[in-house]
Ligand binder design. Structure first.
Ligand code: DLL
Length: 437
């Protein structure tokens, strides 16, 4: 398999050329943000920083961070760098509480976003001959329209199915001979389960590539998606505050997510000291280098990853970020041990006897934290066989113990009994705060 490079100029630059372009664009965006957004002027003035102090990429560390609450505090239009008549689109991120964080785009931003998406889509092997079903929810969420625009930019036929009504999703995939699926990995898994439940054979479908993103997923989860859907399953990453999807994505070789780093400048910082680090996992901090409507300087994503600057065998030279290990705020501390949900997922996915969905429940019994992992058995008859059930539970607990260094209670439940989500899945239920009451 190969994949066309959509923008040879920007995706195959030498490191020196890329750094020079980033330097020029950084200087420009810093001056632009300082001049047009009061929030940035105030932040710079508070630390006595002038735009002219930013001469080189390394000077970026002088710039104060931007965090999610800055967007909320300036709700809805406070961070706009242009008058409202130049804004052509408003999106918002799905906040769990309070006001959403609103993000703004000019037409130039939409064009840049579409180009960034088209690059990442082409890198997976998708071409204008493909038919793509978008099973992200359309609306304020950036996922659906972001992928939609990129697909159209590449000349792909788009089926804007949106999420929900999973039986109908399967019908559309089959009848319209869809070749590319876009969804969250967990919804992709649900669609795969529905295909099986409806008694179809993979031969009834023409699916060949999946672009999954918007939530954490392990390589094991992608292998499961490949098996269930008969596709190449790729991961792509982004966040509303920066643009939406389109920040980075895997090429068909799946060895890290290529960052559109001529538009989004990445830094990796030690998550505690916030000092720059190399070749290590840390918090990803992003700066938009070209965004016009709402430029964002040094945004703390809270996402943990690591960068690789070596050119990829696909021909692209853009920096690659490792699949996300999780967010700094996803990490559970259970009896003093750090646990990422992704570690649990990587244990569960390869186990044949269980399905692709799971739930993690953390409670506090007395002074002690307790971890329960619920998973569905693949074959319901197993629930009637006590010995096989106990053996399977034992096998899962032992594998979890090796990875987590922690005892977990395993609960096996009926197929299709755990809650399914059509967007981002909530895998963790942490009841510890409640149990303190
Ligand atoms: O989820 C943008 C997006 C849409 C990306 C569709 C990819 C595909 P938000 O709703 O603002 O934006 O959520 C952003 O989701 O900070 C990560 O924690 C998480 N996230 C996004 N993509 C991935 C991924 C969209 N591929 C937040 N792997 C980010 C792991 C991801 N986590």
């Amino acid at each position: 398999m190969t994949a066309d490079i959509f923008d040879k100029t920007h995706e195959t630059m030498t490191r020196a050329q890329m750094r020079e372009l980033q330097r020029e664009r950084l200087i420009k965006i810093v001056n632009y943000a300082y001049k047009n957004v009061k929030f940035y002027k105030d932040k710079f003035d508070a630390v006595k920083l002038k735009p002219k102090d930013i001469k080189d990429l390394s000077d970026i560390t002088k710039i104060p961070f931007t965090v999610k609450s800055d967007l909320r505090d300036n709700y809805p239009y406070g961070l706009s760098a242009v008058p409202i008549n130049d804004i052509v689109r408003v999106h918002a991120s799905s906040g769990t509480s309070g006001k959403p964080t609103v993000v703004l785009y000019t037409q130039k931003d939409i064009d840049m976003w579409s180009e960034c998406m088209a690059r990442l889509i082409a890198a997976t092997g998708v071409t204008s001959k493909d038919i793509c079903q978008i099973s992200f929810g359309y609306g304020l969420f950036t996922g659906a329209l972001g992928l939609h625009q990129g697909m159209e930019r590449l000349g792909v036929a788009v089926v804007p199915a949106s999420s929900g009504n999973t039986e109908r999703q399967v019908m559309l995939l089959k009848d319209l001979q869809v070749t590319v699926l876009v969804a969250t990995p967990s919804y992709g898994m649900y669609i795969g389960e529905m295909i099986e439940k409806l008694g179809y054979d993979l031969k009834d479908f023409k699916l060949r590539i999946g672009l999954f993103g918007s939530e954490a997923s392990t390589p094991e989860m992608h292998r499961e998606l490949e098996k269930r859907l008969g596709i190449l399953s790729t991961d792509n990453y982004g966040l509303s505050e920066i643009i939406g999807p389109g920040v980075s994505g895997e090429c068909y070789l799946k060895c890290g997510m290529h960052i559109n780093e001529d538009h989004f400048y990445p830094e990796i910082l030690n998550k505690d000291t916030l000092e720059p680090i190399e070749n290590e996992y840390g918090e990803l901090v992003l700066t938009t280098l070209t965004k016009e409507g709402m430029p964002v300087l040094r945004y703390r994503t809270k996402d943990l990853t690591k960068l690789n600057f070596t050119p990829c065998e696909c021909g692209r030279t853009t920096a690659r970020m490792e699949k996300l290990r999780g967010r700094t705020d996803d990490m559970l501390i259970i009896r003093g041990v750090n646990v990422f949900p992704s570690q649990i997922e990587s244990v569960l996915m390869p186990i044949e006897e269980i399905g692709g969905q799971y739930e993690i429940i953390v409670t506090r019994e007395g002074a002690l934290d307790s971890l329960e992992v619920r998973c569905e058995v693949a074959d319901v008859t197993l629930l009637d066989n006590y010995k096989r059930l106990e053996n399977l539970k034992d096998k899962i607990s032992k594998s979890l113990k090796v990875i987590l260094q922690l005892d977990a209670r395993v609960k096996l439940v009926e197929p299709m009994s755990l809650k399914r989500y059509e967007g981002k899945t909530k895998r963790v239920v942490d009841l510890r705060d409640l149990s303190k009451i």
